[in-house]
Design a protein around this ligand. Structure first.
Ligand code: GLY
Length: 365
């Protein structure tokens, strides 16, 4: 994976790597980072952590700076852009420029908060929001608490963490079903935050469980246990959605793109959802008491499968570029990148690997 990161960074790409063809390794890029540019910066920081080669730090700073204009773009997915593209450079290395970038993103995100509803809506520039208004949200943004908690700590402004807590709390009600499965999206009353209806942007149907909805919830609530441990509500939510994943996961550990696709076992997998789930379990395990060992063991077995069966080369005669996490499914409904390398999938697998070899405390980031 390090080789893949270096080869990607070494070439003029014309934008942020977004998803790649798994035969050729050629990236489709986005000029402004879309919602995924932060994961590329995060990969570069983790590569620096792994190698301490100065070039990775330089690249991380260069790409992070390119995200700066996005601090003003009205999307809740600034949580991804500015946590992975800003905050973690500060958390891991005390990097000043990254700190400034992360704080600008957090400041912008705060301006989008709706205090009446108690959440940050998708925003007009969010990928999923092109046709929806101010009364829509989704679980993908639940990790906003990490960006806002970190920024609150840096600035001494306790309001940021409060907003992050409120946003995460609201999504328990809006998106988590009683059985622990997760529905991606919800429409709410912008004056009260009351749930109007649940639906999906990228899943099979409004009642199915899209794998990434489940995985984003696992990530958001596992991270929330770090920033607001006192109430126990986020530990309960994280445990509930993680247990559902473990109970419903295929026997070979790699999720199909939607848990309810009738084509299973012929349906597409989504290794990116699986990688997010793994990184989340590693964050949850240390605080999950008696369940912690099971979460870590499940994460280890899942990573073994991802690396053996989905990370190139997957056989001795595999001629594809090495270090590609194959079989990510970006958007089945639009038929977009349904069997590709996805930059966030690679990020979370690489993060999990750094944690498993003991180079990274999974709860640090
Ligand atoms: N909206 C984030 C995702 O597609 O997973």
């Amino acid at each position: 994976m390090l080789r893949r990161i270096r080869q990607t960074a070494d070439k003029p790409l014309g934008g942020f790597p977004h998803y790649a063809d798994t035969e050729t390794g050629i990236w489709t890029v986005t000029p402004d980072g879309d919602w995924t540019g932060g994961f590329w910066v995060g990969l570069l920081w983790l590569a620096y952590l792994a190698t301490r080669q100065e070039q990775f730090r330089i690249w991380a700073n260069q790409w992070s700076a390119k995200l700066l204009p996005r601090s003003n773009s009205e999307t809740v997915f600034r949580c991804f852009l500015f946590y992975y593209g800003g905050a973690i450079g500060d958390i891991l290395f005390g990097d000043d420029a990254s700190r400034e970038t992360g704080l600008l993103g957090a400041e912008g995100l705060m301006q989008q908060y709706n205090p009446d509803a108690g959440l940050i809506p998708l925003g007009t520039k969010a990928e999923e929001a092109s046709s929806v208004g101010k009364e829509h949200t989704n679980i993908d943004s639940s990790m906003s608490i990490a960006l806002l908690g970190w920024a609150g700590q840096k600035t001494g402004n306790s309001k940021l963490l409060k907003v992050g807590v409120q946003h995460a709390r609201k999504h328990i009600e809006l998106c988590i079903r009683p059985d622990g499965s997760v529905c991606q999206s919800a429409s709410f009353d912008p004056k009260t935050g009351r749930l109007l209806y649940r639906y999906t942007h990228k899943g099979l149907s409004d009642t199915s469980t899209w794998a990434r909805a489940q995985a984003w919830a696992m990530l958001g609530y596992s991270m929330a246990t770090k920033w607001a441990p006192e109430t126990g509500e986020f530990l309960e939510a994280a445990t509930k959605v993680t247990d559902w994943w473990i109970k419903n996961c295929p026997k070979d550990y790699v999720a199909f793109w939607d848990f309810d696709d009738p084509q299973i076992p012929q349906a597409h997998r989504d290794t990116s959802a699986t990688a997010i789930a793994v990184a989340s379990m590693l964050k949850l395990a240390p605080v999950a008491g008696a369940r912690g060992g099971a979460y870590r063991a499940f994460a280890e077995r899942t990573v073994e499968t991802l690396v053996r069966d989905y990370l190139t080369p997957t056989s001795p005669n595999d001629t594809r570029p090495a270090g590609i996490l194959t079989s990510g499914c970006y958007d089945m409904r639009r038929g977009l990148a349904t069997n590709h390398e996805l930059v966030w999938g690679s990020y979370f697998l690489f993060e999990a690997l750094q944690s498993l070899i003991g180079r990274l405390d999974p709860r640090a980031i």
